[in-house]
Design a protein around this ligand. Structure first.
Ligand SMILES: Nc1ncnc2c1ncn2[C@@H]1O[C@H](COP(=O)(O)OP(=O)(O)O[C@H]2O[C@H](CO)[C@@H](O)[C@H](O)[C@H]2O)[C@@H](O)[C@H]1O
Length: 471
C-alpha cells in the first residue's frame, strides 16, 4: 500500500516540538507495512541538508498561490522524502511557522495551502509520473487542507488526519478562501467556517475520511466542551460514527541511558551511582550548588499549555524543601523571561537553558530525579516517556496521554487538577519517595523497564490504513 505522510516538521531536518519526533519515528516504524513517503515544505534548513534532490514535477500557480516544483530525495536510511520547492514561500530564516522573533508569517494561509494542494496533487498521481498514493496521512492544521483539496478536486482518495494538538487551528480571515482557491460554498458551519473565520483544522476534521489523535484519553477529551476548543460538536459526531480513534505515540529506541552517547556517564537500572554522576554533571553545567537533594527537570515547549507558570508558583516550596530545578526549552517570550528571572533570583537552585538541543534534553532526563509535567492538557506528551526511560519519575497532570503512560505510585505521580495546590501534592509525594530509598529504587526500576516502542502504534496505524483504504 502506498501512503503519503504529510507533515511540516521532521526531526531529521527541522524540529519545533513533538510533531517532529513523531514524523521522524512513525513513518520508519510503518515501513514494513507500507510504501510510505514523507512530504515536507522546502524550508531553507531542509534544502541545505538534502543532497541529490531530483525535480519530479511542477505545480502551476493557482489562485494567489505561486507556482512551485516538487523535489524528491531520501533520508540517510533511505526513506523517500518529497520536498515542495518555492523559495518565495519557504526559503526564509526563523522556524517553520514564524520569523526569528516568533511572529507567525503573515502569509501562512498561502504557505500551507500551497503545501496541502501540492500534496493532494502528488497523491492523485499528477506530480510524480512514477508514484501516486493509495492513502494520505496528514498531520495537524498545517496539512489539514489536504483532504479538503482532494474533495474539491472530486478525488475519492481516502485520507487520515492526525490531531497532535487541537489548540492550534490555523484560523484566517474569510478573504483567505479566495487567496487559496477554496470554493466560497465551503464557507458554512458544516464546512470550513469557524465563527466567521476560515479554519484549516476544521476543514480537515470535516473532509478527512478518518480522524486520529495521539492518545485514547485525548480522543475522548476533545469531544467535551472543556477540551474541544469549540470543535467538540463536530468531533462528537465523528466519534459517534467511529471515525475518531486514539493511537498512543511511542518514542524512539535511541532514548536508552545504557547506550546514549551524549550522557556524562551511561547507566542502567540499579546503577544509581551512574545516575548520580549525571546529576552532578547537570549541577555543574548549570552552576547549581552542590547538593544531595532531588533535581526536578522540565523539558518542554515553553507555552501556556505546559503549565510552566504553575511550576514557577510552586518553585519556592521546591527550593525550601531542598530541591533544585533545571529547565530547557523555548517558546513564548514572556515564559522564557519569567524563567530567566527565576534563575537570576536563585542561580544556585534554578538552572535555565533557553533554546532546544536534544543532547541537553537527554542530559537533563538522565541527571534529574523527577520530571515536571503540569500540562493543562496533553494530547500524548513525549517528555514523560523519555523521563521514565532515564529513571526520572514524571509528576504529571492526569490528562490525555499523561494519564495513560504514567502509572501513579509505580512509575511516577499523577495529580488531578492543573493547579498549584494539586501540583504541590504530587511534588510532596515525590519528596517523600526520594528519602525512602527502597521505594525510590523500585519506582525507578519500574519506570526504566517500561517500553514505549513504536511497534504497537505502528500496527494500529497499519490496521487503520487497511480498513480505511478498503472502505
Ligand atoms: N523547542 C523545543 N522546546 C522544548 N522541547 C522541544 C523543542 N523542540 C522539540 N522538543 C522535543 O519535543 C518534546 C516535547 O514533545 P511533546 O510531545 O511533549 O509536546 P508538544 O506539545 O511539542 O507536541 C504535541 O504533539 C506531540 C506529538 O503527537 C504530542 O505528544 C503532544 O502532546 C502535543 O502537545 C521534548 O521532549 C523535546 O524532546
Amino acid at each position: 500500500m502506498r501512503v503519503l505522510f504529510v507533515t511540516t516538521e521532521m526531526d531529521d531536518f527541522v524540529r519545533v516540538g513533538g510533531l517532529g519526533a513523531v514524523s521522524a519515528a512513525l513513518p520508519r516504524a510503518l515501513r514494513p507495512f507500507a510504501d510510505i513517503r514523507i512530504m515536507l515544505p522546502g524550508y531553507r534548513d531542509i534544502i541545505e541538508q538534502l543532497t541529490h534532490l531530483q525535480i519530479v514535477g511542477r505545480c502551476p500557480a493557482f489562485a494567489e498561490m505561486p507556482a512551485c516544483t516538487l523535489g524528491r530525495a531520501a533520508t540517510r536510511d533511505g526513506l523517500p522524502v518529497y520536498v515542495l520547492l518555492c523559495s518565495q514561500l519557504y526559503d526564509r530564516p526563523g522556524n517553520p511557522y514564524g520569523d526569528e522573533s516568533g511572529r507567525d508569517w503573515p502569509d501562512n494561509d498561502i504557505r500551507f495551502a500551497r503545501f496541502a494542494s501540492a500534496a493532494a496533487e502528488l497523491a492523485m498521481g499528477s506530480l510524480d509520473k512514477n508514484w501516486a498514493a493509495d492513502l494520505i496521512h496528514a498531520n495537524d492544521w498545517q496539512a489539514s487542507l489536504v483532504p479538503a483539496y482532494l474533495a474539491w478536486r472530486g478525488a475519492k482518495l481516502p485520507s487520515i488526519l492526525t490531531i497532535h494538538n487541537l489548540a492550534y487551528q490555523g484560523l484566517f480571515p474569510k478573504e483567505s478562501l479566495r487567496r487559496i482557491g477554496a470554493p466560497e460554498s465551503s464557507f458554512h458551519i458544516d464546512g470550513t467556517e469557524f465563527y466567521d473565520q476560515l479554519s484549516f483544522l476544521k476543514a480537515g476534521l470535516v473532509y478527512a475520511s478518518h480522524l486520529t489523535t495521539v492518545s485514547g484519553t485525548y480522543a475522548r477529551e476533545i469531544t467535551t466542551e472543556e477540551f474541544g476548543c469549540g470543535l467538540e460538536g463536530l468531533l462528537r459526531v465523528r466519534s459517534d460514527a467511529s471515525e475518531l480513534t486514539g493511537i498512543l505515540n511511542g518514542i524512539d529506541e535511541s532514548w536508552d541511558p545504557r547506550s546514549c552517547a551524549q550522557l556524562a556517564q551511561q547507566f542502567g537500572a540499579g546503577d544509581w551511582v551512574g545516575k548520580r554522576a549525571n546529576a552532578d554533571y547537570v549541577r555543574k553545567q548549570f552552576g547549581l550548588a552542590v547538593s544531595r537533594g532531588p533535581i526536578f527537570g522540565i523539558v518542554a515547549r515553553l507555552v501556556h499549555q505546559k503549565g510552566i507558570d504553575l511550576v514557577l508558583s510552586a518553585a519556592d516550596e521546591i527550593l525550601d524543601a531542598g530541591g533544585q530545578i533545571v529547565v530547557t526549552g523555548s517558546g513564548e517570550p514572556a515564559l522564557e523571561q519569567a524563567l530567566i528571572d527565576a534563575h537570576r533570583r536563585r542561580p544556585d537552585a534554578i538552572g535555565v537553558a533557553i533554546g532546544f538541543n536534544e543532547a541537553q534534553a537527554r542530559r537533563i532526563f538522565a541527571g534529574s530525579d523527577f520530571t515536571l509535567m503540569p500540562s493543562r492538557f496533553e494530547p500524548c506528551g513525549l517528555s514523560q516517556m523519555y523521563a521514565q526511560r532515564f529513571g526520572s519519575l514524571p509528576i504529571g497532570h492526569q490528562t490525555g496521554g499523561l494519564a495513560e503512560t504514567i502509572t501513579d505510585g509505580e512509575t511516577g505521580f499523577l495529580f488531578t487538577q492543573p493547579s498549584r495546590d494539586s501540583l504541590l501534592g504530587g511534588i510532596r509525594r515525590a519528596f517523600s519517595t526520594f528519602i525512602a530509598q527502597d521505594r525510590l529504587d523500585s519506582m525507578r526500576r519500574s519506570a526504566m523497564a517500561r517500553s514505549f516502542s513504536w511497534t504497537i502504534s505502528a500496527s494500529c496505524y497499519s490496521a487503520l490504513y487497511r480498513k480505511i483504504a478498503s472502505a
